[in-house]
Design a protein around this ligand. Structure first.
Ligand SMILES: [Zn+2]
Length: 543
C-alpha cells in the first residue's frame, strides 16, 4: 500500500524508524515512582489554554489553591448514567483542579470505592478529600461546584449536568434540569461530564460573563445534534460487536475513545497505533493516565493494556507511524473496516485515510472546540480526510535548515561529513552542537535525523500544544456517537463534519456540514481501484 508522507517525520525515515524500534525494545520495566510526575509539566497545557482564553498569564499557585467541589444527587447516582458522569468528572477534574472535594451521598459503596481508587492512581497535586453523606455542608469556600443531578444551588457557583439516552443537559442557572437519567448511554454521559468540567474551568480562570456567560438550560443530542429536549434517541444494547477497528493516536482524544470503548462494552478487535510515548505533560490532558506505569511508556501499548483490563474488546498496541504500521503484518492481517483517529497533524490524517476503511472517524480539537469528520467508502461525493485537511506547503530544505541550523547549501549534499566551513555558515545558536557532531565525524544526513528526533521526542517545547482534557473527551464523545450510530444502522444518513465550536458557549456553537469531495483527490480519481482492491483483500483474507 502506497502512502504519502511529508513534514518532519519524513526526514530519513529508515534511520528514525530504527531508532524508535531500538528505543522501544526491550519493553520498559515499570518501576516509576509516584513522585516522578512533574506537576508543572502536567499543568502546562491546560494553563496555556487558560492564558490564551483570558489574554493574561495565570498565577499557577493561586489557580491550584482554588477549591472545587464535585457532588451528586442520590437518585441520579443510582443510575448508570449518573455513575458514569460522576466517575468521568472525577477523572477530568483531577487534571485541572488543585484542591478537589468530593461529596458522595451515603449508600453508594461501589461508587465510593471506584472513586477512591481513581483518586489514588490519577491525582496530580494532592489527593482529593472524599466525604460521605455530608451534602448539606457549607460550601461557601468553593470557587466552583459540579453537581451530577438536576437541582440548582441558588447563590452558589454551581453547574448541574444530567444525561438521558443520547441527550446531555447542563445548567449554571437557577432553574432545575429534567431529572430523568433512566436510559443508559455512556457517550452522552461523558459529554455531560465534559461540559460540567468546562463550566468549572470557566470559573477557575474567571472568564468574563460578557464573553462566556454561564451555560443555562443547555440540551444537546449526541444522536442528531439538535437541542430538542423531547427526543432522547434509541436505546443502546448492553454490548456492541465491532468490526476490526484501528485506533490511530493514543493521546488525549484516543484516551477518551478508549474510556468509551470500555463503557460501551465494545466486543471485537481493537488495534492502537501511536508513534509516541506518554510524558508527564500528558497527565494534564489524557483522561485515563495514571501516576504510575504510564509516563515513558509507549502510548499504543499502554492504552491497549488499559482497554484489555477494563473493557470487553481484544486490544493490542503498536508503536509506529501509521504510514509504516499500515504495511506491517498486524494491520495487514487486521484489514480494519473502521479507523478512528485522535491526531493533531495533517500528514498522519492523510496516511490513515490511505487505508480506505469502510468508515474513518476523525476527532479534532482546538482550545475549546471539538469536531468529528467522517468518510464512508460507500458514499459518493462527500469529502475524505485528504480533501478535508490540506497539507501545508512544505519546503523540505528550509525546514531542515531550521531544525539543524545548517546552511541550505550544505543540506543538498547529505552524504558528506560536516566541515569547518559548514560550521561558519551555520546559525550561531546551533554551532556548539554542530561542532561536537563534526568532531564525531557525523554526516549531514545523520545530523538532520538527530535534529528531527530531538524535535519529535526530546525537545518537547517544539511540540508543545495548549490543550485541556475536557475538550478532548467531548471530541471522543462526538466520534464514538458517530461510531455507535453506524453500528446500529450503517445505512442511516450522516453528516461529513460535526462541530461543537466552543464548550464554553454550549450547544448554540454546534454546526453540521457536508463538505463535497475534491474532484482532483484520490478518493474520486482512484475510487474504482480502491473499491476493487478492497474486494480482493477481503477475498484473500477469507480464504
Ligand atoms: Zn478525498
Amino acid at each position: 500500500m502506497s502512502s504519502h508522507r511529508g513534514g518532519t517525520a519524513d526526514l530519513h525515515r529508515s534511520n528514525f524508524h530504527d531508532e524508535l524500534c531500538s528505543r522501544a525494545q526491550p519493553p520498559t520495566i515499570c518501576t516509576w515512582r509516584s513522585d516522578m510526575i512533574d506537576q508543572d509539566k502536567a499543568a502546562s497545557r491546560p494553563m496555556a489554554v487558560a492564558a490564551a482564553l483570558t489574554g493574561r498569564s495565570i498565577d499557577d499557585m493561586a489557580f491550584h489553591e482554588q477549591l472545587v467541589v464535585l457532588t451528586g444527587e442520590l437518585r441520579a447516582l443510582r443510575t448508570p448514567n449518573g455513575r458514569w458522569i460522576f466517575v468521568d468528572a472525577v477523572r477530568l477534574l483531577l487534571r485541572v483542579a488543585g484542591k478537589l472535594l468530593i461529596d458522595i451521598p451515603e449508600g453508594l459503596d461501589d461508587l465510593t470505592q471506584e472513586v477512591r481508587q481513581i483518586c489514588e492512581t490519577c491525582y496530580v497535586r494532592q489527593q482529593p478529600t472524599i466525604r460521605i453523606g455530608q451534602l448539606d455542608s457549607d460550601l461557601s469556600d468553593a470557587k466552583a461546584i459540579l453537581n451530577i443531578g438536576c437541582q440548582p444551588r441558588s447563590g452558589a457557583p454551581c453547574v448541574s449536568v444530567s444525561a438521558n439516552g443520547w441527550l446531555c443537559r447542563a445548567t449554571s442557572g437557577p432553574a432545575s434540569l429534567d431529572g430523568d437519567f433512566s436510559q443508559a448511554n455512556p457517550i452522552s454521559s461523558l459529554f455531560a461530564a465534559s461540559i460540567g468540567v468546562s463550566e468549572v474551568f470557566k470559573r477557575l480562570i474567571e472568564m468574563s460573563d460578557d464573553i462566556s456567560p454561564p451555560i443555562e438550560n443547555m440540551t444537546f443530542s449526541l444522536f442528531d445534534h439538535s437541542d430538542d429536549p423531547g427526543d432522547i434517541g434509541p436505546t443502546l444494547p448492553s454490548t456492541l460487536e465491532i468490526p476490526n477497528t484501528l485506533l490511530v493516536g493514543g493521546g488525549a482524544i484516543g484516551s477518551g475513545v478508549a474510556l468509551l470503548a470500555a463503557q460501551l462494552a465494545l466486543r471485537g478487535k481493537l488495534h492502537v497505533v501511536d508513534k509516541q510515548q506518554y510524558a508527564d505533560e500528558n497527565m494534564g490532558t489524557c483522561v485515563l493516565m495514571e501516576r504510575n506505569g504510564w509516563s515513558k511508556r509507549g502510548k499504543a501499548a499502554r492504552l491497549a493494556e488499559w482497554i484489555s483490563d477494563n473493557g470487553s474488546a481484544t486490544a493490542s498496541g503498536e508503536r509506529d507511524f501509521i504510514a509504516d504500521a499500515a504495511s506491517r503484518e498486524t494491520c495487514q492481517a487486521l484489514a480494519p473496516s473502521v479507523v478512528i483517529n485522535g491526531l493533531d497533524d495533517v500528514v498522519a490524517r492523510h496516511d490513515a485515510q490511505m487505508l480506505w476503511p469502510d468508515i474513518i472517524l476523525d476527532g479534532g480539537i482546538n482550545n475549546l472546540g471539538a469536531a468529528v469528520v467522517q468518510h464512508r467508502l460507500d458514499n459518493l461525493g462527500k469529502a475524505c480526510l485528504r480533501c478535508t485537511f490540506k497539507l501545508p506547503e512544505v519546503d523540505t530544505h528550509a525546514m531542515q535548515a531550521d531544525l539543524t541550523g545548517l546552511d541550505i547549501r550544505a543540506l543538498i549534499e547529505p552524504g558528506r561529513q560536516l566541515t569547518a566551513e559548514d560550521l561558519e555558515s551555520a546559525a550561531p545558536d546551533k554551532r556548539e552542537r554542530l561542532r561536537k557532531q563534526m568532531s564525531e565525524g557525523k554526516t549531514i544526513c545523520s545530523i538532520v535525523s538527530e535534529a528531527a528526533m530531538a524535535r519529535l521526542g526530546v525537545n518537547l517545547d517544539a511540540e508543545f500544544r495548549p490543550s485541556v482534557p475536557f475538550v478532548a473527551t467531548a471530541a471522543a464523545s462526538l466520534v464514538m456517537a458517530e461510531f455507535a450510530k453506524y453500528l446500529l444502522n450503517p445505512s442511516a444518513a450522516y453528516h461529513q463534519t460535526t462541530v461543537f465550536g466552543s464548550l464554553f458557549l454550549g450547544a448554540t456553537s454546534s454546526a453540521r456540514i457536508n463538505r463535497a469531495a475534491d474532484p482532483s483527490c484520490l478518493c474520486v480519481i482512484h475510487r474504482e481501484t480502491i473499491l476493487s482492491s478492497k474486494v480482493r483483500l477481503r477475498q484473500h483474507l477469507e480464504v
